[in-house]
Design a protein around this ligand. Sequence first.
Ligand code: DO4
Ligand code: MG
Length: 287
Amino acid sequence: MKLYNTIKGIVLEENETAFVINEPWDTLVNRDNLEDYLSSQIKTAKQLSADEKAERLANNALLPPISRQEIWAAGVTYLKSRDARMEESQGSGASSLYDMVYDAERPELFFKATASRVAGHGQPVYIRKDSVWNVPEPELTLFVNANGNIQGYTAGNDMSSRSIEGENALYLPQAKIYEKSAAIGPCLYVSSGHIGGDTAIKLNIKRSGEVIYTDETTVSRIKRTFDELVGFLYRECDFQYGCYLMTGTCLVPPGEFTLQSGDEAEITIDKIGTLVNTIALNPKHKP
Ligand code: DO4
Ligand code: MG
């Protein structure tokens, strides 16, 4: 089942039927057995008509499925990412770091965003004005509750500056954390089971309506288990409202590719849906 955060409140969709959920996002999602809880809510929740559903779930009515959760991210969890990082960091002499972390017991985990820096489906994500090499990173994103249990999944875009990270690995926070550098959505797909290895992740990048990059792969290519990533994240961090964890990019456009303002990134993950974001420069910050 799918939970949508919308400008008119929370909507639960199950088998194409939509229901109103009257509960704050943070308490709603932060429970064990979320799927069972939502199933029980359906029995008494108000059902939306087809017109009401279309209005509430319209692209311009969706918010990112987040409130007081932090977003964290794992890096170099797929070979494609390891190879891309090694390529971009050749000049800085940091290539071996990525090789080492790919094989190490401890994964790379980094803080990505609080809700104010996050875009939802249909909202712009930003590229930095001081970066010349920018990519979207399509990532299966876990929702983990305060007890450290995975309760659901969403599609994530870990917007990244390859030029800044490539210049010096210590610039990672600047390459990764800035206004609207993360997108999640369009919904939180709630499932008590692990999402299967055959789950496909697809990235399309469009420029002036034309697809200029497309590729897809499956989650099975990840090097680590989700439980392993969550285990490391929760070792010494508490998350009162749960948190999101992006699990690393599995697709990287070719080295010569960089995003331009006006491009569109479309990330599709089986069962979850498609997260679409237009690429923009932050209008508040002058060059
Ligand atoms: O080390 C850089 C981060 C890599 C990353 O974000 C990813 O692999 O998805
Ligand atoms: Mg990433």
